[in-house]
Ligand binder design. Sequence first.
Ligand code: 26Q
Length: 823
Amino acid sequence: MSAKISVSKPSSLPKKAMKDAIVRHLHCSLGTDENKANNHAWWKATCASVQEHVLEQLRKTQKSHYMNDTRAVHYFSAEFLMGRLMSNNLHNLGLFEQTDQALKELGVNLIDIMEEEPDMALGNGGLGRLAACFIDSLATLDMPAVGYGLHYEHGLFRQDIKNGEQIERPDSWRDYGNPWEICRPESIQEIPLYGYVETKYGESGKIKKEWHPGLIVKGLPWDIPVVGYGGKTVNVLRLWQSQASSYFNWDVFNAGGYVDAQRENVQAETISKVLYPNDETEAGKELRLIQQYFFSACSLKDIIRRYKRAHGDNWNRFSSQVVIQLNDTHPAIAIPELMRILLDRAELDWDSAWKICSKTFAYTNHTLLPEALEKWPARMFEKILPRHLEIIYEINHRFMSEVEKVWPGDNAIKQKLSIIEEGNEKMIRMGNLSVIGSFAVNGVAEIHSSLVKKNLFPEFHEMWPNKLTNVTNGITPRRWLKACNPKLSALIDEKIGNDWPLHLEKLEQLSEFADNVKFQKQFMKIKYENKVTLAKEVLALTGIEINPKAIFDVQIKRLHEYKRQHLNLLHIMALYRRLLENPNYVMQPRVFIFGAKAAPGYKLAKDIIYAINQVADKVNNDKRVNSKIKVVFLPNYRVSLAEKIIPAADISEQISTAGLEASGTGNMKLSLNGALTVGTLDGANIEIAEEVGDENIFIFGLNVDEVRELDEVGYNPFDFYYNNKEIKAVLDWLETDYFTPGKPGALASIKRSLLEGGDPYKVLADFESYSDAQKKADKAYGDKSGWAKMAILNTARMGKFTSDRSIRDYVEKIWQLQPCKVE
Ligand code: 26Q
C-alpha cells in the first residue's frame, strides 16, 4: 500500500509504516538509534511519527474551512487542562493498536513510554478540563472551532507532600520541548498596554480617540492540533506566548538604557510566565488582568485578520461568521476590546459597533460563590487599559438608560446592575459586563442555571428573558473511558459494538446485562484488575499498601471548603473511633483515596490536606484497624493521575454543600467508569441521579432550599456539636495531639472553622445524613451481585454526559454552527 493511501485512511496505516517512521525519527530528528534510545527518546520519536498524520489532517481541515467560508466558534479560555496527548491522539486517529504492535516489535512498551509525557497542566481544575473536553468534541463533531488561550511557561504548580504538608514547586512542562506544538512566528500580534488617551477632533467635528500606549508586547502563537475522534477534523488550540517587542525597546536601547531595555523585556515576558491558581487572596492582581487582556486582544486580532482575508473591510458579516464563547469572565475584556477596534480603528459609529459586538459574544458562568466573581479596581484599568475604561463607562451609561426605561427611578436596581460598583474603591464588575455584552449567558447544570436566573442575575433575566439558559456540562468518553479504561472498553465493544464513543447513549444497551451474573462477573473482574493496578501505583507513590478487595472510595478534586473534603475526613475519624470502641464493628474494608491541590494562599485548605495526611498516618499504622480502613492522599493530583484512579473507583464522593458546586465533571467520569456516587443534590449530581435512578446512587444531606431555610432561621453549628456525641468526639479529637504527636492543636483550625467560624458550608448539619448514606453504601457493597448491577447501570446510563451532547446543545441553542466535513 502506498504511503499516500495510508495517510488519508489513518486507521489502515500498516504497522510497518509506523515502525519505519519511529525509527526514522529516532535517527533523523533525535540523532540516536534503537540501541541507545531511552524511553524519553522513544516517546519523542513516536510523537513525531503520529504528528505527521495529525499535520496532514490539520492542513486538510484548514483548507476545507477556508474553501467553505465557515462560521466558527472561538472558545476563549484562560485555561486548557489538556493532560497528555499521545494516548488520546492515537485513539482518535485509530492508530493505537498499530503503534502498540510496531513498538513491541522494536522491543518497546507503549504504556511505559507514554509515562514520559508531562501533563499540559494549563488549568486549575473543572473549568480548564471542560475546555479541553469541549475542543475534543468540537473536532469530533466536525465543527469549525478554535481554542484560544495562554501559553503559560509554568502550568499549575506541582504538589509535593512533605511531613504531611503541601509544598508547591514550579511545573516545567516544556523543559524538554513539547513535540505536539507548532510555533507560528508568521502570526505574531502586537498588543498595546498602559499610556494615555488623546481626544482629537476630526474635520467634521467628530471626536476621535487615540490611545498612545506606554508599552507594546508581542504575542507569539503556538498551535496545538486537536484531533477529533475518527481522525478527520483536526482543529487548533492557539496559545499565546508574550515576548518583548524588540522594535519598541530599540529607542531605549540606543539612548544607552541597556538595562532599562532588558527590564522591559522581563516585564513583557512575565505576562505568560505562570498560571494563577484560583486563589481568592490573589484576586485583583495587576498581572492577571494583563494576562487576560493579552490573550483576548491577541485572539481578537487573529480572528479579525482571518475575517478580513475573506471579507475585506466589510464588517456586515462579522457576527454571522464569528461567535466567541467566553469561558467565565476571565476573557470578558474582549468585549470592550472589540468595541475599541470597531470604534477607533474601523471608525464605526457606536450603535453599529455595539450591534456587532453584542451579537458576537456568549458567556458561560461557572460559579455562584460571591467571592469568586471577578472585579477589578477602576484605578487599575485606568493605568493599564485607559481607553477600555472609557468604553466601559460608555457601555454602562447607555445600559443605565435602558434600565431607567424598565424600572423608572429605581436607583437600587441601577446600582445592582451597573458595571461599576461604587464605594471606597470603584470596581469594574466583569460578570455584569459579560451579561450586558453577550447575546447568550449559560450556567453549566440545570440547578446551577436556575440559580443563576433566580439569585445571581434575576433582574437581567427579567430584562432579557431569553438570554439566560442552561447547557449541562459533559466529558469526552474517548479520554474518560476508551483511553483510560481499555479493559472495560473492550468488554463494552464485545457486548454492544464499538461505536459507543461517538454515540454514548448506546451504553444504555448494557442495562440489558445488568442482571446477568456472567456479565456482572466480567464487569467486576475488570474493576478488580484496575484496582490491582492502582494499588501498585499507590505503593510506588506513597509506600502505602492497600487491599484491592476493599472498597476504593475516591474524592478527587481541588481542595475547597465548599467541596467538603473535611466532611469526608470527619467521617473517617468517626469510623476509626467506632472500630476502636468496638473491635467487632461490622464494615467492609475501605480505602479512602484523596487527590487535591490547595491554592497556595488558602490556609484552611492546606490545613485540611495536612489533617488528611496526619489521620492517614495514624490509621494506616494502627494494627487494630488497618485491615478495615486505610487512608491515602495521592500527591500532585492531575489529569494523568485521574486517568489511573477513576477506572479503579468503587465510590465517588460528590459531597459539596447544595447550591455551591456549579456542576462538577469528575462526578460524570467516575460514574461512567462504574463508581457509585455518594453525593448531595448539587450541580450535575441531580441530573446524574435522574439518569441512574435513586436506587443506584446514595443521596444525602440538605438540598438547596433546605440550606437556604437553615440560613434564614439562623444556623448554629454548636447545636450539632452538643447534640451529636460522635461529632463532638471527632472535633475534640482534632484538638489533641493524637494525630500530631507532640503538636497538640495542630489540627485545631478545622474545628474552629466549624464552630466559632460558623461552619459556613454546613458540614456539621450534613454529617449524620452523610454517615447514614455511607452505612447504606457499606451494606450495599456486601451484596456482590447487587453492587455489580448498580455499577453496570451507572456506566449504562451516563450517555447524557458525553461532551458531544453539551456541544450539540451549544451549537443549537447558542452558536448556530454547521459541521464541515473533512475528507
Ligand atoms: C480568578 C481570579 C484570579 C485568579 C484565578 C481565578 C480563577 C481561576 C479558575 C477562578 C476560578 C477558576 C476555575 C473555576 C472552576 O473550575 N469552576 C468549575 O467549573 C466546572 C466546569 O463548569 C464546574 O463543573 C465546577 O462545578 C466549577 O467549580
